[in-house]
Design a protein around this ligand. Sequence first.
Ligand code: NAD
Length: 256
Amino acid sequence: MLANKTALVTGSTSGIGLGIAKALARQGANIVLNGFGDVEGPKAEIAALGVQVAYHGADMSKPAEIEDMMKFAAERFGRVDILVNNAGIQHVARIEDFPVEKWDAIIAINLTSAFHASRLAIPAMRAANWGRIINVASVHGLVGSAEKSAYVAAKHGVVGLTKVTALENAASGVTCNAICPGWVLTPLVQKQVDAKAAALGISNEEAKNALLGEKEPSMQFTTPEELGELAVFFCSPAGSNVRGVAWNMDGGWVAQ
Ligand code: NAD
């Protein structure tokens, strides 16, 4: 379905981004990976799906590096047809204790990077009259949780940016939508599981159940594979008039 298309997924060396990159690659899209840590493993996983794969290590908190990445992708593949703004970090603390540099980093990586990548991707998408921008927000783009001020502010911002991006391109073949996962057991959440286990003196399994029990009636983690299939739907012909939604996949978290 996505043969001859190119998808750039930020923060795709791990977790949800890698899951989405693999789902798009299974549909035939060439992939530009981005993110830190192990690069060769994710590259090999994508290449094994029979598509072309490239990597750019832009730090998504740095606008000049984002610009360089977008140029690199255009030179390598012609243009970016699908942009998935996924890179993100978390920090948990009460507002009065929140480190100022952590606030700045979360806003830059989780929110501002999506603005930069989108503004640089849209002109070529408009010229081709086809494009998909998928912003990985969170249930925290729809509701709050204590001790996550920067993250919740950034993710509500991403949901707002999604609506404006959708509206500005509504009369074209370029759509923009947000995916709002609940708990997904990636390294980002494992750190919160570890912190809970240490704080309460409980096991890893008990800490996972405690996190789920607070928020998710299904008592199940959503998986990167499931989120990847939602991204595939947004890219499908049936998704072409889905514009500006913030679609939660959250085990019932925000239905309560
Ligand atoms: P993860 O830690 O597994 O992956 C994060 C990715 O972003 C990694 O590839 C990492 O290298 C990359 N990254 C971090 N800082 C970066 C930077 N400055 N520049 C470039 N890349 C950077 O986390 P994840 O859980 O897969 O999170 C992915 C996205 O999903 C984030 O936006 C997160 O907020 C969102 N999300 C996660 C959950 C969850 O439960 N895990 C829930 C809702 C939303």
